[in-house]
Design a binder for this molecule. Structure first.
Ligand code: BEZ
Length: 247
């Protein structure tokens, strides 16, 4: 019987061999990767259709009226990514509460994703309960500028896009391959965006749901008295702190 270490090493060698000689027809021919203009906050999220572990996905249709968290990771059968996908699956109730759908991406074919999903369930104790795009032709990776050639020639970096129901990009962040992301931070930003979209407030440093917020400088004191009946502390004319109002 192989030790866990030997098993992992063997699996990783098999995987490297598969990557060197892909046989999955759905992987398609290699495509030339041309630099795409970077997306910026406030831009329309590019729509796409791509294969996934839950069947073909047309982004806009799939989102419907939900928010989306689209995130890429470097490749299948890698340790950090395995823990990230397990965490996103475990956080599904938190995403659901906020009307958010998660969707992952790597530039590996569906057959690899399906095999890897079994490992994720086994090691992370949770089934992959959100779609993982099989972006073997790198269509979405190029569209969203997820390949940073000076970091790695072909693999995607750890990109995160929060997209609102109007299909507008509301957050971009990019992490290096060796650093797993903090998905509590992604939820925290969603909480902040959903709150500040509805109310004339912003959320200060290290804010978490339920903490005090700051009143927008565009709101005059007379209006603030009406909008924030719980009152506020004016430390400076531009720095007024109030208990978090409900949405
Ligand atoms: C990982 O997911 O474990 C990983 C991927 C690429 C480089 C380093 C780590």
């Amino acid at each position: 019987m192989l030790s866990q270490h030997e098993y992992g090493a063997e699996k990783s060698r098999d995987f490297e061999a598969m990557r060197a000689a892909p046989t999955d027809r759905r992987a398609g021919p290699p495509v030339e990767i041309r630099p795409s203009p970077s997306l910026r906050l406030g831009d329309k999220a590019p729509d796409f259709e791509q294969d996934s572990t839950q069947g073909p996905i047309h982004l806009y249709e799939w989102m419907g009226g939900s928010w989306a968290v689209l995130f890429s990771h470097p490749s299948d059968f890698t340790p950090v990514c395995t823990t990230e996908l397990g965490m996103v699956a475990r956080l599904k109730p938190e995403f659901d509460k906020r009307n958010v759908k998660a969707i992952g991406l790597s530039v590996d074919p569906l057959s690899y994703h399906d095999m890897w999903a079994r490992d994720i369930a086994e090691t992370q104790g949770v089934e992959l309960n959100f779609p993982l795009l099989a972006d073997a032709d790198r269509k979405v990776a190029v569209l969203y500028d997820m390949i940073h050639p000076n970091a790695h020639a072909t693999e995607t970096v750890r990109s995160v896009f929060i997209i609102d129901p109007n299909k507008t990009v509301r957050l971009l962040h990019t992490y290096p391959a060796s650093t797993g992301r903090n998905f509590d931070e992604v939820l925290r930003v969603i909480d902040s965006l959903q709150l500040t979209d509805d109310l004339q407030v912003a959320t200060p440093v290290n804010w978490n749901l339920g903490d005090d917020v700051v009143i927008l400088t565009s709101v005059r004191n007379q209006e603030a008295d009406k909008l924030f009946p719980q009152g506020y502390k004016e430390l400076k004319p531009y720095l007024r702190i109030t208990p978090q109002p409900s949405r």
